[in-house]
Design a protein around this ligand. Structure first.
Ligand code: SAM
Ligand code: 2KA
Ligand code: SF4
Ligand code: MG
Length: 214
């Protein structure tokens, strides 16, 4: 059984593939935070901007099989998309708690390219086409290679220097958004300063928040 908080069609807002049409599948649940505000401060990941609790969002629900969830996601891809490879982004919550070989195979079988946004603490199944790892606080990384490393900045316990020598094609810093709890503060300016001083790292803005789409 797969538990999905929400699923929707939008543009990827972040990282190297920002702007690409994507079906987003947001799995419920995370291993670094319960999702309850009362637990936030004492969790490994303290700054999450996402509600991933339950299955009650748009396009969410419980799916008994990989075929059923794959069909649900396929139905969100526009029919008139000749020349473009269908693209699904699994996120969450932590998608690697649920994404498995059966779901990867079912989506590949219907022509989808598969991207994942993960906190990097769990080993990924084979067959992921685009792996984005976003390390969190003091957590131990189980994934040290992939397509992009997208670090939310700044994090006292996860400075960029800890990750700069890992095996990724792209290195991004994404300013920490504290909006629900007090504004962007100085994170954007600090991120710009780090990228200017250390050109291996590039700026990732959450363009969907700026432009006002999901
Ligand atoms: C909500 S997470 C879900 C996927 C996975 N659990 C992870 O942490 O990568 C999706 C992306 O949003 C980023 N993110 C979460 N909270 C953020 C915040 N307050 N400001 C900026 N980026 C944030 C994460 O680092 C990750 O790259
Ligand atoms: N448009 C859009 N792009 C995104 N990139 C990563 C997201 C996420 O929450 O994982 C996200 C999201 O929630 N919306
Ligand atoms: S690891 Fe990802 S989903 Fe989990 S609390 Fe942190 S940002 Fe949110
Ligand atoms: Mg998001």
């Amino acid at each position: 059984m797969y538990h999905v908080k929400e699923a929707f069609y939008t543009l990827q807002g972040e990282g190297a593939r920002a702007g690409r049409a994507s079906v987003f599948c947001r799995f419920s649940g995370c291993n670094l935070w319960s999702g309850r505000e009362a637990d936030r401060a004492s969790s490994v990941c303290t700054f999450c901007d996402t509600d991933f609790v339950g299955v009650d969002g748009e396009g969410g629900g419980r799916f008994a099989s990989a075929a059923e969830l794959a069909a649900h996601l396929q139905a969100m891809w526009p029919v008139a998309s000749e020349g473009a490879t269908p693209y699904v982004v699994f996120t969450g919550g932590e998608p690697l708690l649920q994404l498995d070989a059966a779901l990867i195979d079912a989506l590949h079988a219907i022509g989808f390219e598969i991207a994942v946004e993960t906190n990097g603490t769990l080993a990924p199944p084979a067959g992921i086409d685009w792996l984005c790892v976003s390390p969190k606080g003091s957590s131990r990384l189980a994934v040290t290679a992939g397509d992009e490393l997208k670090l939310v900045y700044p994090q006292a316990e996860a400075p960029p220097e800890r990750f700069a020598e890992l095996d990724f094609a792209h290195f991004y810093l994404q300013p920490m958004d504290l909006a629900p709890r007090g504004g962007h503060g100085t994170t954007l300016a600090a991120t710009l300063a780090y990228c200017l001083a250390t050109p291996r790292w590039q700026l990732s803005l959450q363009t969907h928040k700026i432009a006002g789409f999901a």
